[in-house]
Design a protein around this ligand. Structure first.
Ligand SMILES: Cc1cc2nc3c(=O)[nH]c(=O)nc-3n(C[C@H](O)[C@H](O)[C@H](O)COP(=O)(O)OP(=O)(O)OC[C@H]3O[C@@H](n4cnc5c(N)ncnc54)[C@H](O)[C@@H]3O)c2cc1C
Length: 347
């Protein structure tokens, strides 16, 4: 048996999609030559890709969550839940919210994003007027709001804030809402508008994927869903969303006041507070700057994967939009990090 205290310590911060996959792949890659541990802010893993389904009652939140400790225990991966309060990258330690610190030889950051609802007045569940599917707990609240809405329906807005990068759930949510409203036979009482900062429908943060522009436009038309593109949402008040439409020259070419009784708006993302503003580690928006090995450009013993990684936009757009970090991309990042750590622990 290996002497645990002499082994290099690999710590993974965050146990979402990227962090859990990375933990399993790293454990397998290092073959007992490193101690692997995970720090999470939650006892449970949330498969947040299913949140839109939770938000209209097609799934319960229990069905999309798994208790992590038994799973990690089986894989001999250490697991701790006081969340990371602050990374001290120059001292190779993560300070936890209970005051303790976890020291590491190698750190893998997989903390996803902080949701920037506060950047637009009236956006979000916390003191705002729009619902969210970003977290499973949000989706549970959104499902309750949807049930009340269906008793007295009216206009719906689904969309994304300026600077948003994750457009897949926007299109998914607007389509499943349409389907559910038809099933409930109230669709004719619900005008739906998609409000997006994308310059065209189906750009998806990537300048389109194949023929997504025409496919999604046609699908929205068939479902009688209207849309506003180049929309810079400026504020939301009860039952009304205000947005400027930005022209190619960057000037406001039209203003929109869109009424709603129920609105789901994806916010822009930024880095989480525990890593935000660490010089050399993160971009001005708080995302981790990595090289082609998924390794920090400043701290060679720090790797990062998933939504917390800085990726520049694919090109200029009248309203800023980010690049999505999708599952396939995240899995590839996890595999790359596992192989790189394998090489490092093997000298
Ligand atoms: C609603 C929704 C649907 C999506 N659907 C798809 C899809 O269908 N297909 C696709 O390819 N992509 C999809 N994505 C995009 C992407 O695949 C997911 O966002 C994915 O979960 C990102 O994984 P991640 O590990 O980077 O971040 P997350 O899964 O968000 O994981 C980050 C984890 O870190 C934890 N954490 C944060 N701060 C701390 C801290 N201080 N200490 C400890 N832990 C912390 C968080 O609680 C979380 O558990 C979707 C995204 C959303 C929001």
């Amino acid at each position: 048996m290996s002497n645990q205290s002499a082994l290099p310590r690999i710590v993974i911060l965050g146990a979402g999609l990227g962090g859990t996959i990375a933990a399993f792949e790293i454990m397998e890659a290092v073959q007992g030559k490193a101690h692997v541990s995970v720090i999470s802010d939650s006892e449970r893993f949330s498969f947040l890709l299913s949140n839109p389904w939770v938000a209209i009652g097609w799934r319960t939140s229990d069905a999309v969550q798994v208790k992590l400790s038994p799973v990690f225990e089986k894989q001999k991966i250490a697991f701790t839940t006081p969340s990371g309060k602050r990374l001290h990258s120059a001292e190779n330690r993560v300070k936890l919210n209970d005051g303790q610190s976890v020291a590491y030889d190698y750190l893998v950051i997989a903390t996803g994003s902080d949701l920037a609802f506060d950047e637009i007045t009236g956006l979000g569940l916390d003191g705002g007027y729009t619902v969210s599917v970003c977290k499973t707990a949000h989706a549970e609240d959104t499902a309750k709001a949807f049930e009340s809405f269906c008793k007295d329906p009216g206009p719906i807005i689904v969309g994304a804030a300026p600077g948003a990068s994750c457009f897949g759930p926007v299109y998914e949510f607007v389509m499943i809402l349409d389907t559910e409203l038809r099933r409930r036979e109230i669709r004719d009482r619900v005008p739906i508008t998609l409000v997006t900062p994308e310059p065209y429908v189906g750009r998806l943060g990537l300048d389109g994927v194949g023929d997504t522009k025409s496919v999604l436009e046609s699908e929205l038309r068939e479902r009688h869903i209207k849309w506003t593109t180049n929309a810079k949402t400026t504020s939301v008040e009860p039952n009304m969303l205000h947005a400027d439409e930005i022209g190619p020259d960057g000037a406001v070419c039209k203003t929109h006041d869109v009424p709603f009784k129920y609105a789901m708006m994806l916010p822009a993302f930024r880095g989480i507070p525990a890593i935000f503003g660490i010089e050399g580690l993160t971009s001005p928006r708080g995302f981790v700057l990595v090289d082609e090995y998924q390794r920090s450009k400043t701290f060679p013993n720090i790797f990062a994967l998933g939504v917390c990684v800085a990726i520049p936009p694919t090109g200029p757009t009248p309203v800023p939009v980010g690049v999505p970090k999708t599952c396939f991309m995240i899995e590839s990042m996890a595999t790359a990090i596992a192989h790189n750590l394998e090489s490092l622990v093997n000298g």
